[in-house]
Design a protein around this ligand. Structure first.
Ligand code: DQA
Length: 145
């Protein structure tokens, strides 16, 4: 049976394409989802791609991943910088989680330099535009081989 990887997206990522294209580029979240599914098809894994603007929903999905996924790539959006609940959920589930960002958060405002989830994840990929998603999936594939 093929592995499933969850790709979870947090607040405002549903606005990609329209949202600050100078920072996030012109691709929509649906475009990125299509890229992730193409990766899955080429690499024999299933991709379960989701987005929510609600912190608790992201916590619920991380818990669900513990039972139905081999790993998680998460772009937690602004919750990256604020959420102890996401940190705790990631620590609770015992499967590899990759933190990802489209932009290079370290080259932006100071409040984006701190991630509350970074200490709980396997690794962090940021600054590669939408390619950050594919690099995260590549990392999950290798880590779970
Ligand atoms: C982001 C970076 C975060 O600081 C921001 O709040 C986002 C998107 C990124 O993908 O670059 O919503 O996670």
């Amino acid at each position: 049976m093929s592995k499933t990887f969850f790709v979870l997206n947090g607040p405002n990522l549903n606005m990609l394409g329209r949202r600050e294209p100078g920072i996030y580029g012109g691709k929509t979240l649906a475009d990125i989802e299509a890229d992730c599914h193409a990766f899955g098809a080429e690499n024999g894994c299933a991709i379960d791609f989701r987005q929510s603007n609600h912190e608790g929903v992201l916590v619920d999905w991380l818990h669900e991943a513990a039972y139905s996924a081999a790993g998680v790539a998460i772009n937690a959006g602004a919750y990256t910088h604020t959420s102890v609940a996401l940190h705790d959920a990631i620590r609770a589930i015992g499967i590899p989680v990759i933190e990802l960002h489209i932009s290079n958060v370290h080259a932006r405002e100071e409040f984006r330099h701190k991630s509350l989830i970074a200490a709980a994840v396997k690794g962090v990929i940021c600054g590669f535009g939408p390619l950050s998603y594919i690099l995260s999936l590549q990392a999950l594939k290798t880590l779970t081989q």
